[in-house]
Design a protein around this ligand. Structure first.
Ligand SMILES: Cc1cc2nc3c(=O)[nH]c(=O)nc-3n(C[C@H](O)[C@H](O)[C@H](O)COP(=O)(O)OP(=O)(O)OC[C@H]3O[C@@H](n4cnc5c(N)ncnc54)[C@H](O)[C@@H]3O)c2cc1C
Length: 381
């Protein structure tokens, strides 16, 4: 290695929320830590890049939400959160609908104004869907029709889901959609959690505060110096892909991924909302994110005459792409379990986070997981 390093108690691979929260606790407990990150910057997928004075969520829109007061209090020690409330809008062939499905959506779809009318309408459509079916739903389309009826399915679910998965809903398994919550109140708040918001000043502020005083090495891939790194550390906390750790010996785990097309526009306010989903099949992207709306409200939106948008395209994963969403189907779960069996036999190596556990975690559960590992290792009580 080009640098000389002293030995440490913990070598932490990866500077996402898992690695950063673990490192914070270890340092507080007086442990010597070294955190390495293969990207040129810290933060993992919550990293934000400043473009035209706007924090751009480089790896996809990230909205913090939790009902766990301990996690909420924990992050609020480091950075204040704003009052952002996720209330996406769906654009279907130029017509707009509020999400999640609630009284505003039902009014926009059918012109009805009372919960009773909405329930009747949906029940009627569900009944028709059930009549057409002789047995249990055997694909996502049948499942969705039974849960919400044809209008909501055709307008707000079908095209979006087909773009996400790159396959017709009639060929997708029913289990992908187990529930489709319907709200018979006028409430566009996407999440049901008690706490929600975006760190004021962006997620980098949170990561920098967590990692203050901790030795970090960016642009450093663990696998390029694996043996040297391992010889330095008593314990390894690894948050990278588990299959890579074992040289893909059983095969590669699959992911779904997203391609972002970023554009700076010479207008202060492009779509009036942070998140707009495009739910018809013809528009090739699934969403447009307008980043300034995560942190600017009211007149502040117009104080910056420019805006930054990201169009999101769902694409098939191949080598070299960012692994975003694990595909937890039977085949990949079986493969993961083979790697997990090896991981369970390791001494002084701990696997944590979305890539090492091959599991989709939101940010708050990732923090909880990192805290539980710190407890398991006796770092916090
Ligand atoms: C598109 C998208 C949108 C999301 N939106 C939300 C949201 O709105 N709300 C929410 O709560 N959660 C959201 N999440 C989930 C959130 O991103 C995760 O909970 C969080 O990033 C998990 O942190 P982590 O530390 O496990 O992984 P990561 O953030 O991925 O960190 C892992 C780090 O390890 C590094 N690494 C990997 N291999 C090596 C190596 N060999 N050497 C050195 N470093 C390495 C990587 O570069 C990376 O920085 C979203 C996820 C995605 C994919």
């Amino acid at each position: 290695m080009a640098f000389v390093m002293r030995s440490v108690d913990y070598l932490i691979v990866g500077s996402g929320l898992f690695g950063s929260v673990f490192a914070y606790h270890a340092k507080r407990a007086g442990k010597r830590c070294l955190l390495i990150e293969k990207r040129p910057y810290l933060g993992g997928n919550v990293y934000c890049e400043k473009v035209e004075g706007i924090n751009v969520h480089k790896y996809g829109a990230h909205i913090f939400h939790t009902s766990n007061k301990a996690v909420w209090d924990f992050v609020n020690q480091f950075v204040e959160f704003n009052r952002y409330t996720n209330s996406p809008v769906a654009n279907y062939k130029g017509r707009l609908y509020n999400l999640p499905f609630n009284m505003n959506t039902f009014y926009q779809m059918w012109g009805i104004t009372t919960p009773e009318e909405a329930m009747q309408k949906i029940e009627e459509q569900k009944r028709v869907a059930r009549e057409d079916l002789t047995e249990e739903p055997c694909n996502l389309e049948e499942q969705a029709l039974q849960l919400v009826g044809s209008d909501i399915y055709e307008t707000l679910i079908k095209g979006y889901t087909e773009k996400q998965w790159g396959r017709p809903c009639s060929e997708l398994p029913a289990f992908i959609i187990r529930r489709l919550p319907l709200r018979f109140v006028f409430d566009n708040n996407y999440f049901n959690d008690i706490y929600q918001g975006i760190p004021i000043g962006g997620y980098n502020k949170l990561i920098n505060a967590l990692l203050e005083g901790i030795e970090t090495r960016e642009d450093t891939d663990f696998f390029e110096h694996r043996e040297e790194f391992l010889s330095l550390a008593k314990t390894l906390v690894y948050t990278g892909p588990i299959d890579e750790f074992y040289d893909y010996r059983f095969g590669r785990l699959q992911y779904r991924t997203v391609r972002f097309e970023q554009e700076v526009l010479d207008v202060p306010n492009f779509q009036g909302n942070a998140v707009v989903n495009y739910t018809d099949r013809e528009v090739p992207y699934t969403r447009i994110i307008e980043h300034k709306h995560f942190e600017c409200f009211g007149q502040a939106v117009y104080d910056n005459t420019k805006t930054v948008i990201s169009r999101e395209y769902s694409v098939e994963f191949s080598d070299g792409m960012e692994p975003y969403y694990p595909v937890n189907d039977e085949k990949n779960t079986a493969l993961y379990n083979q790697y997990k069996a090896l991981a369970d036999q390791e001494q002084n190596v701990y696997f944590g986070g979305r890539l090492a556990e091959y599991k989709y975690y939101d940010m708050a559960p990732t923090i909880e997981r990192a805290m539980s590992l710190a407890k398991e290792l006796g770092i916090i009580s």
